[in-house]
Design a protein around this ligand. Sequence first.
Ligand SMILES: NC(=O)c1ccc[n+]([C@@H]2O[C@H](COP(=O)([O-])OP(=O)(O)OC[C@H]3O[C@@H](n4cnc5c(N)ncnc54)[C@H](OP(=O)(O)O)[C@@H]3O)[C@@H](O)[C@H]2O)c1
Length: 287
Amino acid sequence: MKREIGKTGVFVFPVGLGAMPLSIQNRPDEVSAVRVLRAAWDAGIQFVDTANVYCLNDDDIGHNERLIKEALEQRPGPEIYIGTKGGLQRPGGRWTNDARPHSLKCACERSLKDLGMDSIFLYQLHAPDPGVPFADSLGALIDLKREGKIQHIGISNVTNEQVIEALHLTRIETIQNRANPFWQKDYRAAGVVELCIAHSMTFLPYSTVGGQNHHHDMTSHEALIRIAKKHEATPYQVVIAWHLAQSPRVIPIPGASRPESIRSSVKAREIILEPTEIDVISALQDV
Ligand SMILES: NC(=O)c1ccc[n+]([C@@H]2O[C@H](COP(=O)([O-])OP(=O)(O)OC[C@H]3O[C@@H](n4cnc5c(N)ncnc54)[C@H](OP(=O)(O)O)[C@@H]3O)[C@@H](O)[C@H]2O)c1
């Protein structure tokens, strides 16, 4: 069953692709990276998460978006939906905030060019900037939507309070926060996912299977190994199935720098976990 992105009327395959690993440290060469995107689409994926800052440093801004443009040119199809982000910079390879309205508008113009699009399906504020009023950053996205440069607005790395503030200002379609079995805050009672359900927004859990530095921890976790064996699956697939079981409002966006990873993630959709198995994973400790 496909899942709707927010209230956009767009229904997509329930697992998306997080494209970040194609453009950061230890990234594959560009031909291999485009192969990963095409493997994702060939496996049925319709939503890709990217950002202007998925790159090595400020001289490389837009690397991930340009890969997507190239892959889309090789396989045109109106059924692929791209969500990108603005609001960060990459000086010297670090991640720093810059969600000033003018910076966001310039970043969006650049993303339009790098993606080769006239209008971006989903534009997400990458993170609130402590130096800029949240309403001012969102105001830039509201202007961009009014101008038709973006079609829908999402926000990332936000608290419940910021979600509520944003909803007072404009329609929000997606919330993207870190979530995995070792980082479950937003799935717990009164977490952000409850707000997503109440307001028909989609939750995009990032670091979906643990993140770049911790995903290997999933493969050595005793409970996940046991559940995976029972389903003839891998711990990664079990974790993605657990995300899917949280709510139809969740679309996991597992990362991949190899075609094998994303092909495997797609198959997680076929795994139906028992309620007791979901409980076991939900009882894992937050880090
Ligand atoms: N909004 C934000 O601030 C923010 C922050 C971080 C990430 N994100 C987004 O969220 C996406 C997901 O996060 P992430 O990429 O950091 O971490 P992740 O989804 O936990 O993935 C980490 C790594 O796990 C491996 N993996 C994933 N699924 C697998 C499978 N089925 N089988 C085997 N290995 C698998 C991949 O390895 P290989 O590379 O070897 O294929 C991947 O690079 C990112 O790509 C990005 O789009 C957003």
